[in-house]
Design a protein around this ligand. Structure first.
Ligand SMILES: *Cc1c(COP(=O)(O)O)cnc(C)c1O
Length: 398
């Protein structure tokens, strides 16, 4: 595969063992999608017809009545809520985010109020709606939802993500059943989920997915659900959706990625991922201060990762210093480190190019060997690392 573009732009070649991260360019776009994007870029197309075609594929894949493609899953959240506020009133659509609706409350569990690169509640508020959190961070029950619903309730939003609190939340079926009983539309943010049918089947009025995560499409968001609501979400393109515009290439690429998903050889992909996990396991198992285990995905996607626990006294390095060393140099390896302050991180095999698993194994071995030989324990205070990262963000483009 040609990676000339990175050299042309003088950019580093990253090995992604982190996951589908916006900051790393999301995912490797599949050949079908690349060809569709290339095929449509040089032509005019009637966008409403292209979106009608997308609707057909989305229905086939999700079981929903209708759908369309927008800029991102995050855009899908904002536009879905906007549609419930405006209905098909074109004037109201142009006025958003200004509105005079008392009925503008969106219920969310406190433990679902996560940040996927931006706060999920902000995606709701962008439409002019308000967020009403229910329960506490680690505890929400059906009664919290039932008791929060009133005449000002516009929608209930459910987030499926490894970022959410992983216990003590209302199961989706219960959440949907309670909302349904009170005629409250249910929107599901399922950005990163493989399960394209379950949420619609189990009572979601709208389910939202990212086109650029597991589907391997270009940056895009998939809106699927009840036709009357989807139609009103589509109308938001005449209002606040304009700034969340997807181009013909995004729509055509997402259609191709969804079509390819229907025939993707999941077993072969898993086998390849397992090979990488096994190699890393063997490389690390038995090293001083290093404990490894293969762990399943927390939201039950059919995907395993390697969890690496580091005892810094025995390994002579902290987990985060190891992560930072892997990410330095001419070919950075980016690990999945959102919980690294606990002394562990993950390696995700789902975005590797062929052969990269070997480089990862080699670099892990080198860094751990170097740490073993060091007389001092390599231990940057964690607070210092956090502050340094924050300063770097504020310093861009320098
Ligand atoms: C990635 C993610 C998003 C954002 O998706 P985009 O398509 O990148 O906007 C929203 N919610 C969850 C749970 C995510 O994982």
């Amino acid at each position: 595969m040609s990676d000339d573009i990175l050299s042309t732009l003088n950019l580093r070649h990253v090995i992604n063992t982190s996951g589908t991260m916006t900051g790393l360019g999301a995912s490797i776009v599949g050949q079908n999608a690349i060809q569709s994007v290339a095929g449509i870029l040089g032509q005019f197309v009637e966008i409403d017809d292209l979106q009608r075609r997308a609707s057909k594929t989305i229905s086939e894949l999700t079981g929903a009545e209708a759908g369309f493609i927008t800029a991102s899953c995050s855009a899908g959240i904002t536009l879905s809520i906007a549609a419930l506020m405006t209905g098909n009133d074109l004037g109201a659509i142009e006025r958003l985010p200004d509105h005079a609706n008392a009925k503008c409350n969106v219920i969310m569990q406190m433990g679902h109020m996560v940040n996927y690169g931006a706060p999920v509640d902000q995606a709701v508020r962008l439409s002019g709606a308000k967020v009403v959190p229910i329960g506490q961070a680690t505890s929400a029950s059906a009664f919290h939802l039932e008791s929060a619903i009133n005449e000002n309730t516009l929608a209930a939003l459910y987030v499926v993500s490894h970022h959410t609190v992983e216990y003590g939340q209302i199961p989706f079926k219960t959440f949907a059943a309670v909302a349904k009983k009170h005629n409250v539309p249910v929107i599901v943010d399922a950005a990163s989920e493989y399960d394209l049918t379950g949420f619609i089947r189990d009572g979601a009025d709208i389910a939202l997915y990212s086109g650029h995560k597991f589907l391997g499409g270009p940056t895009s968001g998939i809106v699927a659900g009840r036709k009357d609501i989807v139609r009103n979400i589509y109308l938001q393109n005449r209002g606040i959706g304009r700034g969340m515009k997807v181009g013909k290439e995004g729509i055509a690429g997402a259609i191709a990625a969804m079509e390819a998903w229907k025939t993707r050889d999941h077993a072969a992909i898993r086998a390849r991922e397992k090979q990488a996990l096994d190699l890393w396991f063997e490389t690390l198992d038995g090293r001083p201060g290093v404990a490894v285990r293969i762990t399943p995905d927390p939201t039950h996607n059919p995907l395993d990762r390697l969890r690496i626990d580091i005892d810094s006294q025995a390994a002579h390095i902290t987990a985060w210093d190891l992560v930072d060393r892997l990410a330095s140099g001419t070919q950075p390896i980016v690990a999945r480190d959102h919980e690294v302050e606990h002394g562990y991180f993950f390696l995700d095999p789902c975005n590797l190019q062929p052969g990269q698993e070997q480089i990862v194994a080699q670099r892990l071995g080198e860094e751990l060997d170097a740490a073993q030989k060091s007389n001092d324990i390599i231990a940057t205070p964690f607070e210092e690392r956090s502050l340094k990262k924050e300063r770097a963000i504020l310093n861009w483009p320098d």
